[in-house]
Design a protein around this ligand. Structure first.
Ligand code: GLA
Length: 516
């Protein structure tokens, strides 16, 4: 296309989009109106009756409007808009497929959101620019080391609601999940923590004490129920004013909240950065997490402390010093193979930071959630176990398939995860997407892992000097006799996991052409 045609094309496109915007501004008046202000979008969350709040900050210059939104999860996309009379049309950076048109009437703006699939409505209220939005940042402590809570000597195992239930969960469902974890054998396989994620907090009462929302009428009684079933219970919060889903965070209430958790009988806290991004800078993170670490240590109850800040600021170097028992090393997992692979790759340079009491956390498991094949879930679980990652199931144990249960409760693989030696895996070889790894185990044994990330078959031969010996195949649950050579061909996205005596020595890896 030549440049004249391109210019004409762009002109037609911009004329068309401005006409669309105008067409959607149904109440345009010619009275010049300003969009400048701090616009508050406050609404009731129908899931739990709590109030959610989002700010849009806007500044108008001529017809042009610029600004940003502050989402509770910490994102602040740029607003780019155009004012015509009393009608503002705008789009958000990163979501150009959605058009917002707002009609301003004094301190109110009625916004229609024209999404690619549906249209919705937002009612905003104008506050003066510069109005206080969130509480003040907490006073940050001098850097120091929080004394160990002596918990999580092996990677924590349990279940968490988020990957399957997202923003809706209730007391009844948690009790059902406890029962299904018991009857399925998950609890006895080691999954003892039952963790409620971003679904539980309500408002603060008049004294400032945090309350659970209407879906959790009595958190203390729920904790008692979980304990009476031989399990432990976890909650979730944020150092910011809001959790990622917009529920109440702990900003300025860290010690009080830790005391409440302890009084309820809570055993585990996942503490998620989210909106803390709007009151602190990333470089404050260690002190911010230390503040809650200290509060938990002083709360009078041992509480596992799970840091969730997506691997920012090299958390593996200081997560243990703030009292953390595990720290997220990457952004959120997704229920797809490419996510498993990218998280695995991201762990390779930080393997040595794992230690009893303080674990790299590559995020919760997706096994059983439906986005991957059975082979892929088996591989996902194996990789996490090989890393000695926390094994926090993220499915619905009430409805899980036999295949998901068999994966999650493979005791041989869990034993690799929980092995007391906590030795960092070593890579023995890699060719295309086929990787071969070794991990030293207690009891003078080793585990050998082969994983095929490719979409085609891959093959490798492991060669030992030792004559005939036995290994154990941890997915076939059988002994394998190896006579110097072990030739493995892996179909796409599968693993082979073997356990054997260390005295046999380390194999050489010879990559071969796959037969298929
Ligand atoms: C973040 C965390 C997730 C989950 C959600 C809840 O995205 O990384 O694990 O806790 O928040 O809102």
């Amino acid at each position: 296309m030549n440049s004249v045609a391109l210019t004409i094309g762009l002109l037609i496109l911009s004329l068309f989009s401005s006409m669309t915007a105008r067409a959607d501004c149904s109440n345009v008046s010619d009275v010049p109106t300003s969009a400048t202000g701090l616009w508050l979008w406050s609404r009731v969350n129908s899931n739990d009756g709590t109030t959610l709040v989002t700010y849009f900050e806007m500044l108008q210059d001529g017809e042009r409007v610029d600004g940003h939104v502050e989402y509770s999860w910490g994102g602040a996309p740029h607003i780019e808009g155009r004012m015509q009379g009393n009608c503002l049309s705008f789009r958000l950076e990163g979501d150009l497929g959605t058009l917002y048109t707002g009609v301003i009437d004094g301190t109110k703006m009625s916004v229609t959101v024209h999404g690619p699939k549906e249209t919705s409505q937002m009612e905003l209220v104008r506050l003066p620019l510069g109005s206080p939005k969130y509480g003040s940042p907490a006073t940050l402590p001098e850097l120091s080391s929080v004394a160990s809570n002596e918990l999580a000597s092996t990677p924590p195992m349990g279940w968490n609601a988020w990957n399957h239930f997202h923003d809706y969960l209730d007391d009844k469902t948690v009790r059902e999940i406890v029962q299904s974890m018991i009857s399925s054998g998950m609890r006895d396989a080691g999954y003892v923590y039952v963790n409620i994620d971003d679904e539980w907090s309500g408002e603060r009462d008049i004294t400032g004490q945090i309350q659970s929302n209407r879906n959790f009428p009595d958190m203390k009684r729920l904790a008692e129920y979980v304990h009476s079933n031989g399990m432990k219970i976890g909650l979730y919060s944020s150092p910011g004013p809001q959790t990622c889903e917009g529920h109440l965070g702990s900003l300025g209430h860290e010690s009080a909240d830790a005391l409440v958790y302890a009084s309820w009988g809570i055993d585990y806290l996942k503490y998620d950065w989210c909106s803390a991004a709007f009151v602190y800078s990333d470089s404050d993170m260690r002190q911010v997490y230390q503040r809650m670490g200290t509060a938990l240590r002083n709360a009078g109850r041992p509480i596992v402390y799970s840091l969730c800040q997506y691997g920012k600021e090299d958390v593996w170097k200081w997560g243990g010093l703030v009292g953390g028992n595990l720290w997220r090393t990457t952004p959120d997992i997704q229920d797809k193979w490419s996510s498993v692979q990218s998280i695995w790759d991201a762990q390779k340079s930080i393997l040595r930071f794992n230690k009893p009491g303080g674990w790299n956390d590559p995020d919760m498991l997706e096994v059983g959630n439906g986005g991957m094949s059975e082979d892929e879930y088996r591989a996902h679980f194996t990789l996490w176990a090989f890393l000695a990652a926390p094994l926090i199931a993220g499915n619905d144990p009430r409805t899980m398939s036999k295949s998901a249960l068999d994966i999650l409760t493979n005791k041989d693989v869990i034993a690799i995860d929980q092995d007391s030696l906590v030795s960092a895996p070593q890579e023995l070889g890699r060719s295309k997407g086929l990787e071969v790894w070794l991990r030293e185990l207690s009891n003078n044994e080793i585990a050998i892992l082969l994983v095929n990330f490719d979409d085609v078959h891959e093959r490798a031969e492991l060669v030992w000097d030792s004559p005939r010996f036995n290994a154990r195949d941890l997915w076939r649950h059988e002994a394998v006799t190896i006579d110097k050579n072990y030739d493995v061909e892996l179909v796409p996205h599968t693993v082979k996991l073997l356990r054997m005596s260390r005295s046999i020595g380390v194999p050489r890896v010879v990559f071969q052409k796959a037969g298929k």
